[in-house]
Design a protein around this ligand. Structure first.
Ligand SMILES: Cc1ncc(C[n+]2csc(CCOP(=O)(O)OP(=O)(O)O)c2C)c(N)n1
Ligand SMILES: [Mg+2]
Length: 777
């Protein structure tokens, strides 16, 4: 035994209190607080209960300030209860759990105020987040990018056992093995129940082997100290064998039935063993129930022993046997996931806790240990030594202009590679803080030149064998701890979670990174939940998606992206841009690096193309640059009061330019508007309307950029919009001033072809635009 009796006593007292507060928080929200709409508020008392021991042990004893934790989403009440005991969470927010302004249903970095390290909610993603954060921690450490003040922490996930059904966890495990991840703990709350019922017995038999296969240590916490003692008695081995062989569903049902149920089953199966009979005689029903449910994950001493037994940086999976609803009336019942204790059950629980009416929120009410001792214990908890643990890092200065290539013809994708290459060769502050990552499309998204200059990141040095053997190759893949590209296998979920972790480095590890992730635009859909997860946490990164649309022509329908512009508009925390020309791209990248670092900024999505376009010969004025950042500019100015305008975005802009040249012959004064971001324009348009609608304070009546841009057109002008993506992304333009829009774009799956054929087939060529103008007027 490594833990002193005093410590154990304080921890078990706090464990009871944590279980109570978590249960009470949910109960209060559902049964006591006035709620406006009569809808069930919910909360997970059973899921919280199964982690109460482990989380108490971690936060009050095992964790250090540098550790970072992803808490299983439905154990949020336990997390908030712990922070309440630490003094980092208010009673008011607990009382308003799941209500506006209250503690969040699932731990949230941005909405909760009590020092959440990683948001969780979509199961599986928080787990992988710890793995990718451990890569970031090493990245920062090996390059000395942080302030050097923090020791290396452990990245810890508290994992529901059913979360392991999520494929993204296994994608992450493989990637973690390749990257030799360290200081990573996954604690599996093995309560053998999911939402719908009891977890498949056979499935979990393989889990430990899977972890070992990828180099993890597996520590199984199966039986608690009471059961271990019983097993050591005569015939105790038979009792152990019986539990070992007990199917999950039977065990869960007996947990729910309690002492009499255990007695009946054990008498039926093990009556021939005198030692087992003696154990049954020595325990009344209550004691027998306590014994048979004494699993290690709910046994404080066993939990502490297991955590203290691991002292190196090898990734470790703790499989902790627990009981869902441990200590509560519905423990073990297969339907308990969303079950709430009744008023009577709660009253019984309260009585058992020795809590008097009106003292439900008291920190120490009902505990036998003295409040002074417990407060002293909390104050001395190592985790709490620094208070809130969120770090910050200074902003990286971005040059006023990025060096842009001057090719007469170029695609935006090529331009991206060249702009980044120029940043790499200039080797300034900006270059040092950029980190790139890509799921096996580094070369085909034009990151190659950057990687050649900055190298691959890895714990160890590895030469490029092709180079050593003097085999000619354009790619030079030298891996060092100084490298600045994290090469991933083909798994877009991993890309987004890696970006999520990199983009929080300033707050997690005190080092500012400017992450850029590249992938093919259509495969955003594969990782969309993870992208949303990254944005939900306010992680900051630049997503470069290329190629896109039907413009990737010969690649065919399977690789064409149609609705990604709508994702760009609809995704909070991510501003999307689709430049047509390389000079626009350079302006947007510069803006992006800055925007990613602003407190009220966000992440940036650049939708690029492989189509090589003749570049306009121009030097952008500051006003033009501002317009490009705001979302659009007049490529050909309309005459005041004109009745016709064409609006184009991205790779199809030359078709619009050609169509415009023809249209002006009939409609002198028709304009051509080039958009770079319907997302920005739409957001600012809505905000301007809201501002004007204000009835109090200073009312800002200034028009939004799109209102200003459309102002020269006549009231009933006709607008034809064209883009390589779903036309809905631009069709809203008609609502700005009530003008009629004919939207052109892609609504169907595409097919292989060359650009002229495809543009003709899908109605994006200049003939289609001219035709649309004719129809519109
Ligand atoms: C991606 C995703 N799918 C579905 C859900 C709904 N859901 C919430 S909890 C849960 C079951 C969780 O079971 P387990 O991980 O074993 O947790 P515990 O038994 O501790 O409650 C499900 C399906 C979710 N939160 N996220
Ligand atoms: Mg479970």
């Amino acid at each position: 035994m490594t833990i002193s009796a005093d410590r154990l006593k304080s921890l078990t007292a706090l464990e009871r209190k944590v279980l109570w507060l978590a249960s009470w928080t949910i109960h209060n929200a559902n049964h006591i607080r006035e709620n406006n709409d009569g809808l069930k508020v919910g909360g997970h008392q059973a899921s919280s209960a199964s982690l109460a021991t482990i989380m108490t042990a971690l936060y009050f004893d095992v964790l250090r300030p540098q550790d970072r934790v992803a808490v299983k989403p439905h154990a949020s009440p336990v997390f908030h209860a712990i922070q309440y005991l630490f003094g980092h969470q208010t009673r008011d927010k607990l009382e308003r759990f799941r209500a506006l302004g209250g503690a969040q249903s699932y731990p949230s970095r941005t909405k909760d105020t009590d020092d959440v390290d990683f948001s969780t909610g979509s199961v599986g993603l928080g787990v992988a987040m710890t793995l990718f954060s451990s890569i970031v921690q090493d990245y920062v450490r090996l390059k000395n990018l942080g302030d050097g003040k923090r020791p290396t922490g452990r990245m810890i996930a508290l994992v529901g056992d059913a979360e392991l059904d999520e494929g993204n966890i296994f994608e992450a495990l493989l990637e973690g093995w390749k990257h030799d991840v360290r200081n990573l703990w996954w604690v599996i709350d093995y309560n053998r129940q999911s939402l719908d019922g009891v977890v498949n017995d056979r499935l979990f038999g393989r889990v430990a082997e899977m972890f070992e296969l990828v180099g993890w240590r597996v520590v199984t916490l199966k039986y608690g100290k009471l059961l271990e003692t019983a097993f050591a008695q005569p015939d105790g081995a038979h009792l152990r064998d019986w539990i070992d062989a007990c199917p999950n569903s039977l065990y869960s049902a007996l947990v729910f039935k309690g002492g009499a149920g255990w007695r009946e089953a054990l008498t039926r199966d093990l009556n021939q063993y005198p030692g087992v009979r003696r154990i049954l005689e020595q325990h009344d029903d209550a004691a027998l129930h306590r014994l048979m449910t004494n699993l290690a994950g709910n046994d404080m001493q066993a939990v502490i022993d297991a955590f203290e037994g691991v002292n190196d940086d090898r990734p470790t999976c703790f499989i902790a046997y627990t009981i869902k609803g441990q200590g509560l009336p519905f423990a073990g019942h297969k339907d308990n996931h969303s079950g709430l204790m009744t008023l009577d059950q709660m009253a019984g629980f309260k009585k058992g806790m020795g809590i008097a009416d009106g003292h439900e929120w008291d920190k120490f009410a009902g505990l036998t240990a003295s409040p002074t001792d417990l407060q002293a214990f909390l104050d001395a908890a190592p985790f709490n030594a620094e208070g809130r643990r969120r770090t910050d890092a200074p902003v990286v200065a971005i040059p006023a202009q990025l060096t842009k290539p001057n090719e007469r013809k170029s695609s935006t994708q090529e331009g991206f590679g060249k702009i980044l290459n120029a940043i790499a060769s200039e080797d300034g502050e900006l270059a040092r803080h950029i980190v790139t990552t890509s799921p096996d499309v580094t070369v085909s998204t034009n990151l190659g030149a950057w990687v050649n200059r900055r190298g691959l990141f890895g714990h160890t040095e590895a030469e490029d064998v092709f180079r050593e053997l003097k085999v000619v190759s354009a790619q030079l893949w030298r891996q060092t701890p100084k490298g600045q590209h994290v090469e991933l296998g083909i798994a877009e979920n991993n890309l987004f979670i890696q970006l999520a972790a990199l983009g929080l480095s300033h707050q997690l590890f005190g080092a500012r990174l400017l992450p850029i992730g590249t992938l093919y635009d259509p495969f955003i859909a594969r990782g969309l939940d993870a992208l949303n997860y990254a944005c939900y946490q306010d992680s900051r990164f630049m997503l470069v998606a290329t190629p896109s649309g039907v413009t990737l022509a010969p690649e065919g329908g399977a690789h064409q992206s149609i609705h990604t512009p709508l994702i760009g508009i609809g995704q909070p925390g991510l501003v999307s841009y689709e430049p047509a020309y390389v000079d626009e791209l350079a302006v947007l990248m510069r803006h992006g690096f800055d925007y990613m670092q602003q407190p009220d900024g966000g992440s940036v999505y650049l939708r690029l193309s492989t189509r090589s376009l003749a570049q306009p010969e121009r030097t952008l004025t500051q006003d033009q640059q501002n317009d490009i950042v705001s979302g659009g500019y007049w490529y050909a100015l309309p005459e005041e009061g004109t009745d016709v305008a064409i609006v184009a975005m991205g790779a199809v802009t030359p078709e619009a330019v050609a169509a415009h040249e023809s249209v002006v012959r009939d409609f002198a004064g028709a304009g051509l508007l080039v958009l770079t971001s319907p997302d920005r324009l739409h957001t600012d348009w809505l905000a301007a309307q809201r501002n004007r609608g204000r009835t109090t304070g200073q009312v800002d009546r200034s028009p939004s950029p799109i209102e200003r841009l459309l102002a020269p057109l006549s009231r009933d002008a006709r607008i034809v919009t064209v883009m390589d993506g779903h036309p809905l992304a631009l069709s809203w333009l008609g609502s700005v001033r009530g003008q009629r829009v004919v939207p052109l774009g892609i609504e169907k799956f595409g097919q292989s072809g060359d650009i002229p054929d495809l543009y003709r087939t899908y109605g994006l060529d200049s003939a289609a635009i001219i035709d649309a103008v004719a129809r519109a007027v």
